[in-house]
Design a protein around this ligand. Structure first.
Ligand SMILES: Cc1cc2nc3c(=O)[nH]c(=O)nc-3n(C[C@H](O)[C@H](O)[C@H](O)COP(=O)(O)O)c2cc1C
Length: 495
């Protein structure tokens, strides 16, 4: 079956068909859009929100939020079966990415992104609604669910990531916040070291699987997110070549800013404070400026808004599923029998695994569990901004946190089962980061690995778990169907 959508509009139309679209008219971008987004996300079955007739902006200039806040919509953006839940959804995505053969994008001369162009003195970024999402935020953030395109100056590798974009009260300038160590950071510095501005394209609303592919450590250095997304969709992504930068711009993007990222020593601004994925307001930080050379946009453009919210959210976000699968895939490159990886939404997730990661393995040799934990701490998908890695046996579903807590409580001896690894790569948004350390550029933290697997040498002698046998369960269900009818239905609904 062909991939069902090639722009954000078709994804929204699907939500409308299933009855989960909520159009919100007349909201104020100063706090109301953020408040509706946060409050609706907390509903048991959150709707996809489309804000129109935004106060102070041209009707039709819209913002969509809460796109992937249900497991069904998460499955849809990844091209998976929409009935999958929890660790089954992660497993299906992992299998899917293992089968992807990258497809190179195709340059085209036409596309909806060319419907409107602002050039030279006509450039005015203030025409597009940039919400102040939360009352403690220090600015208006136009790009929270954006896809940012950069090119390696030597190899020509095209990198795509999501890095937040703030308006700064100027018509042709915005700021951008790329964390140190990200590919995007490394690339921009290569230009700056040569005393050049870094060419950049910022898409503010794009086909959602392209956004997911770029924002989640899915591709390694040198691998193209355009090729990966093409492989996922089974057809080449179409792009137009930006005249000002030469960079590829997805032809179905909603808004694309072409510009130059100026070295931070020459021009900078304070970005934030901003409510970040751990659930706290992060202090302001000095960031560089993008000088805008041209803005392309579709008629009635839709900006994808993806502001971080306090975890946990009621449903699993796409980020959680995607990062879990990316981590699982990497860990199992180093060892056998990895049965599941779960980046708990409760530990925060925002294109990173977050502070609480669970790895389930079938132990095959002494030290296997420790090796799994250390791989989860060290590999690309797991290295950044983590706190706890818990390793559990394969009888524990890593996506069931009740079982995980039971496992830690009963199988982990705190004296021998917990190790602390010092000096690991941290995010500036970590609420535990000491401000003085951050000021000095020391973005490092400490990680705990919690081995809650049964000791390997006691596997056969460890006390058995209380559990009705499969045969007895079957027999009882047949003998007393009236007692278990409801329970059976409930557990199926919970998936
Ligand atoms: C919704 C969302 C917002 C994000 N915001 C930022 C951000 O502001 N700065 C940043 O460095 N990374 C942010 N990320 C994470 C990066 O996009 C992600 O780590 C990506 O893989 C980085 O790619 P790179 O290492 O190729 O640069 C965000 C991710 C998502 C999904």
């Amino acid at each position: 079956m062909p991939f069902p959508f090639s722009d954000i509009r078709q994804f929204i139309a699907d939500a409308e068909k299933e009855g989960s679209l909520q159009v919100v008219k007349g909201a104020d971008p100063q706090l109301e859009i953020g408040a509706v987004t946060e409050m609706a996300a907390a509903k048991p079955d959150p709707p996809l929100l489309l804000f129109d007739e935004i106060i102070g902006f041209t009707p039709g200039f819209r913002i969509a939020t809460d796109l992937f806040n249900t497991q069904a919509r998460t499955a849809r953006v990844l091209g998976l079966n929409e009935s999958l839940r929890g660790i089954d959804l992660v497993r299906a995505w992992k299998q899917r990415i293992a089968q992807i053969t990258p497809i190179k994008p195709k340059e085209v001369s036409k596309g909806p992104i060319l419907e409107n162009v602002m050039d030279g003195n006509n450039v005015d970024i203030a025409k597009f609604p940039a919400p102040k999402w939360g009352h403690l935020d220090g600015g208006n953030f136009l790009g929270t669910g954006c896809s940012v395109i950069l090119k390696h100056p030597d190899s020509g590798w095209i990198n795509v990531g999501t890095y937040r974009v703030m308006t700064i009260g100027k018509k042709s300038e915005v700021s951008i916040n790329i964390a140190s160590g990200k590919h995007g950071d490394i690339i921009r510095k290569l230009y700056w070291e040569r005393e050049m501005n870094c060419p950049i394209v910022i898409c503010l609303g794009q086909e959602p699987s392209f956004f997911v592919s770029g924002g989640h450590f899915l591709t390694a250095a040198g691998e193209s997110v355009f090729d990966f997304t093409g492989g996922l969709q089974g057809r080449p992504m179409e792009y137009i070549k930006g005249e000002k930068t030469g960079l590829p711009i997805p032809s179905t993007a909603e808004i694309a800013i072409e510009g130059e990222l100026v070295p931070i020593e020459q021009k900078s601004v304070m970005d934030g404070p901003f409510g970040e994925w751990p659930g706290y307001i992060t202090p302001a930080k000095k960031v560089p400026i993008v000088e805008i050379k041209r803005i392309y946009y579709r008629n009635n453009p839709i900006i994808l808004g993806s502001p971080p919210l306090k975890p946990p959210l009621p449903e699993v976000l796409a980020v959680n599923v995607v990062t879990s699968a990316a981590l699982w895939r990497e860990i199992e490159q180093h060892m056998p029998e990895v049965k599941g990886v779960w980046c708990a939404n409760e530990g925060g997730t925002g294109g990173v695994p977050g502070f609480f990661v669970v790895v389930s393995i079938k132990q095959r040799y002494p030290g296997h569990a420790k090796q799994a934990a250390m791989a989860a701490v060290a590999c690309r998908a797991g290295a950044y901004a983590g706190r706890y890695v818990v390793v559990v046996d394969d009888d524990i579903d890593p996506s069931n946190l009740s079982d995980v807590v039971w496992s830690i409580s009963t199988r982990c001896d705190p004296l021998t089962g917990i190790d602390v690894i010092k000096g690991t790569w941290d995010s500036p948004v970590d609420p535990l980061l000491d401000p003085e350390k951050a000021e000095a550029g020391d973005f490092t933290t400490n990680r705990a690995i919690i081995n809650s697997c049964k000791p390997f040498h006691k596997l056969s002698s460890f006390p058995p778990v209380i559990k009705v046998t499969t045969e007895m369960r079957k027999k009882i269900l047949e003998k007393y169907p009236e007692i278990f009818k409801e329970q059976d239905k409930e557990s199926k609904n919970r998936g």
